[in-house]
Design a protein around this ligand. Structure first.
Ligand code: 26W
Length: 894
């Protein structure tokens, strides 16, 4: 170390105390403008003042790392540490800077008494934190330099961080992008979730079959999780409800004899671009409480009592790995309630810190429910208001409804949550009672319509009257919310027209669309540095926080020099992916081939099978009919199948079998390669997406609510081959038909065929030679010579069992559109023009835009326009001091 640390720290403190008041108060508005920016202020101080003589940011950072090596890890020689060991001290050095800003952000919000948004979700797919945080603080290169000075590569350290894969797919990653946008926009928005010990399983491939392994994501430490045991909550479960009278003689319901489990929060900081705002994701872990089951203890059965405790810590053990079929398992219901009770307990406590009474609650708190998984929030808020705060039903209901909002992410009937009434009565007796109350009040309110529509009450009731009565969670969420939205224009229409038409008619003003988006910092600026640099060089840097500015690129699509650079960037990214493919799968691909990418969960409705059929078709055309393949392609697949989803797992096996036949057939002259990259996750997506030429978005129309991978790929210069579904439609509208490869049936056609029973797969089979050949190859073991009959089920499913996903109806148009892709790709100038136009016109799909719409229409949280955030300056990040007022309060981050 160069100089005694204490000296420099003293400098920093003195410097920050100069004005004697917190920065927030000096600056006024929640969002600082670039003129009044504290960062700018700090910058000028750092450069012009002599308060920090000779202290370079790199030295400060190195010292911070050394300090953690010594005092956190208790190790002596930094040069002897490997990348895994360095991950923690490096992260902690960055975290210290972030914590200052987190405290400052909280002070700012509290001093302004701003309305806060709480985003409740069972899933947050955060990926790796260190890289994201360095990036948004603008100190990645600085860190690279610092680590190089001790002989370490930053990339090696970054690669040691295990992804926080606390989600299944689209819904979980959307939540992560939303948090990033909220922080970048300077909005007080916080994520609340579960601190799963195991995230989504790790996928290994064995003989072409998926094997699930536990995801020990915490194994290398989680330095960005800041434990807050002092904020623990006690969560009641089970027990029974008794009726008694209170002091005023009123009837009160008392939930009693419950068991208790503790919810222990940890905060993951969420750093906005430039580091001005640092929000947090608060994750709760379940811990046994002293008095979980007091009765067993009282009976003196100590060992059993401890065993029970261990059992209760299972609540936050593992993420449920299905994103399509609800499990109906008691543990999942308990998890959902655990999240909701922790979140509501915590956010009400935070509200209580600064407010008296609850009249203002909805003007200070917004709760967004990410699908129905946290929809018990409606009942829990009612319980807290009535049972704990003593409010009357009517007022509690008004406040609850004005606070909550619900986003729907799927129309698939098997994914809609229903819980059996008997299970809910046992686990959550008080909530069941409240749900009956809510339902009763709702049904009474619509009773006037029963004269004209006697069936209306049965259809809309929260309780489904079946042999085993069920609670329909979507109905609870809709009735308990003031706003309900879908995630793409088509999807939001389908929510109204097919999912809940009765509610849409009752309350048309409650329904809206909020088309998804993705965060451009992680998904473009960070993960595609080559393209980012080209964009900045061409149109300036402001696109990073205002993606609509990418339009300025449009005229450069006609500039041959620009296109050449654009192609060069893509080539570089393809070379990098080719190495990863080889390392992970042993498949050698040609970097000059077209990279055709389908990366997403494996699902029949997403139709990976359609993609495979097309590959088989090309293969058969080539080897059986001598048709020349004009454009060499590399087909890249990645994605996990839910462990209990047999067909999806078989599709993974099929991809592998087709890959091994096609990749090794000399007649193909290496023109087609197929690779399945195992263990799809955020950090792998960051490598695949920048390298894609073609993005496969080929779901059966009406089934993909939105899609977000489609946006990421297009944003990175891939052209979409897609159906008229989800957000594909809006991407098509933005980029223009001539820059999008559209094929397949539309929703109305699918609906009509379903209604009239018109879809006959056997007809498609009989009338199309190539379709027939593909199906026959699947039935004939051509792709399973060692495993006879392996893929016969596909033929049965598609030809004889009605195929809900209309594969054969869309196969010919899919094959045909791919011929246009080939033709266009042969003309590289034409192709890169189209790809560049895609990037230029993709601005709508920034999650900043999405968040601004939620803020304006649903949450009523400012700012309502996107501010410009200046590029972060390392000096400011490294030399910023803790806020002067930090010592005044012991609990600044509440
Ligand atoms: C209860 C089991 C379960 C778990 C997760 C059912 C359903 C889900 C999610 C709602 C599935 C999901 O991730 N849906 C995806 O949400 C994305 C974000 O809005 C959309 O882009 C995808 O189209 C949609 O499939």
């Amino acid at each position: 170390m160069n100089a005694p640390l204490g000296v420099k720290v003293a400098y920093l403190y003195r410097w920050s105390n100069e004005t004697g008041e917190p920065r927030a108060k000096r600056e006024g508005p929640l969002r600082r403008t670039s003129q009044s920016s504290a960062v700018t202020g700090l910058e000028s101080m750092a450069s012009s003042s002599n308060l920090l003589p000779n202290v370079r940011p790199a030295e400060l950072l190195r010292e911070a790392i050394y300090r953690h090596i010594r005092y956190t890890l208790v190790l002596r020689n930094p040069r002897l540490l490997g990348p895994v060991e360095l991950l923690t001290p490096v992260s902690l050095a960055v975290r210290d800077r972030i914590v200052d800003r987190m405290i400052e952000t909280e002070e700012r919000v509290r001093s302004k008494d701003s309305k806060r948004l709480y985003y409740l979700s069972m899933e947050f797919l955060m990926g790796r934190s260190l890289n994201d945080n360095l990036h948004n603080l603008g100190i990645t290169e600085l860190m690279r330099e610092v680590l190089a000075s001790i002989g370490m590569s930053l990339d090696d350290v970054l690669a040691c961080e295990l992804d926080a894969g606390l989600g299944n797919g689209g819904l979980g990653r959307l939540a992560a992008c939303f948090l990033e946008s909220l922080a970048t926009l300077g909005m007080p928005g916080y994520g609340y979730g579960i601190d799963y010990e195991y995230g989504l399983f790790r996928q290994e491939i064995n003989g072409g079959f998926q094997r699930e392994k536990p995801d020990r994501w915490k194994a290398n430490g989680t330095p960005f999780e800041i434990g807050r045991p002092d904020r623990a909550l006690s969560i009641p479960l089970y027990g029974r409800v008794e009726t008694s009278r209170d002091n005023h003689g009123n009837l009160r319901q008392i939930w009693t004899s419950q068991k208790f489990v503790l919810g222990i929060p940890s905060d993951m900081p969420v750093v906005g671009w430039g580091g001005e705002t640092v929000n947090f994701l608060r994750l709760f872990a379940a811990r046994a409480s002293e008095d979980f089951d007091i009765e067993i203890f009282n009976r003196g059965d100590y060992i059993r009592a401890v065993e029970q405790k261990i059992g209760n810590e299972n609540i936050s053990r593992v993420l449920y790995p299905s994103d399509s079929v609800m499990s109906g398992k008691e543990l999942r219901l308990v998890q959902e309630y655990f999240l909701v009770a922790c979140a509501i307990g915590d956010l009400v406590r935070r509200y209580d810190l600064d407010h008296k009474g609850y009249e203002q609650f909805p003007s200070k708190v917004a709760i967004q429910m990410n699908d129905t998984h946290p929809s018990l929030a409606v009942a829990e808020l009612m319980r807290v208001f009535i049972d704990e705060k003593g409010l009357e039903w009517e007022q509690a209901w008004e406040l609850t409804q004005a606070t909550c909002a619900y986003t729907n992410h799927t129309l698939l009937p098997e994914a809609l949550e229903r819980w059996s009434v008997s299970l809910m009565e046992r686990v959550l007796p008080r909530h069941m009672q409240l749900i009956y109350g809510i339902n009763h009040q709702f049904l009474r309110s619509i009773s006037e319509y029963s004269f004209t529509d006697p069936d209306l009450m049965r259809r809309t009731s929260i309780i489904e009257e079946a042999a085993d009565k069920q609670v329909r969670m979507a109905h609870l969420a809709i009735i308990g919310s003031h706003a309900v939205n879908g995630v793409a224009a088509l999807h939001s229409e389908l929510v109204k027209s097919t999912l809940v038409p009765d509610f849409a008619k009752l309350w048309p003003e409650r329904f809206s669309n909020k088309t998804n988006g993705v965060a451009p910092r992680p998904w473009l600026h960070k993960s595609n540095p080559g393209l980012a640099a080209l964009l900045t060089e061409t149109i300036g840097e402001r696109w990073v926080t205002d993606l609509s500015l990418l339009r300025g690129l449009q005229k450069f699509a006609d500039d041959a020099a620009f296109r050449a650079k654009f192609r060069e960037v893509k080539q570089h990214n393809k070379n990098r992916l080719a190495k990863v493919i080889f390392d992970q799968t042993g498949v050698q691909v040609y970097t000059s081939s077209l990279f055709d990418v389908q990366i997403k969960r494996i699902h029949e409705y997403k139709r990976q099978l359609l993609n495979v059929m097309r590959i088989i078709d090309q293969y058969l055309q080539c080897v059986d009919h001598g048709v020349e393949i004009k454009v060499p392609r590399t087909f890249v697949f990645a994605g996990k199948a839910a462990p209990g989803y047999w067909a999806a797992k078989q599709i993974i096996k099929l991809i592998h079998n087709v890959a091994s036949v096609v990749n090794s057939d000399p007649r193909m002259k290496d023109r087609i390669k197929v690779a399945f990259l195992p263990d799809y996750r955020v950090s792998l997506a960051e490598i695949i997406i920048p390298a894609a030429d073609v993005s496969e978005q080929i779901s059966t129309a009406g089934m993909e609510a939105s899609g977000t991978g489609n946006m990421k790929l297009s944003m990175n210069g891939a052209l979409t081959v897609g159906t008229y579904d989800g957000a594909n439609i809006e991407i098509l509208e933005e980029v223009g038909e001539e820059n999008f490869y559209l094929f397949g049936l539309r929703v109305e056609q699918i609906e009509e065929m379903k209604r009239k029973g018109l879809y006959n797969a056997q007809e498609y089979y009989a009338k199309n030679e190539r379709t027939k050949a593909v199906m026959d190859s699947l039935g004939s073991d051509r792709f399973s010579p060692q495993e006879p009959g392996l893929f016969r089920w596909i033929v049965d499913e598609i030809l004889y069992r009605g195929d809900r996903y209309f594969h054969l109806a869309d196969l010919p148009s899919y094959v045909e559109i791919n011929e246009s892709v080939d033709e266009d790709y042969l003309d590289q100038e034409l192709w890169s023009r189209k790809a560049a136009i895609n990037v230029a016109r993709i601005g709508k799909f920034s999650s900043d835009r999405t968040i601004l719409e939620y803020a304006r229409d649903i949450w009523h949280i400012g700012p309502f326009e996107q501010p410009w955030v200046p590029k972060p300056k390392p000096e400011a990040i490294l030399t910023a001091a803790p806020p002067a007022s930090a010592s005044e309060s012991s609990s600044v981050v509440g």
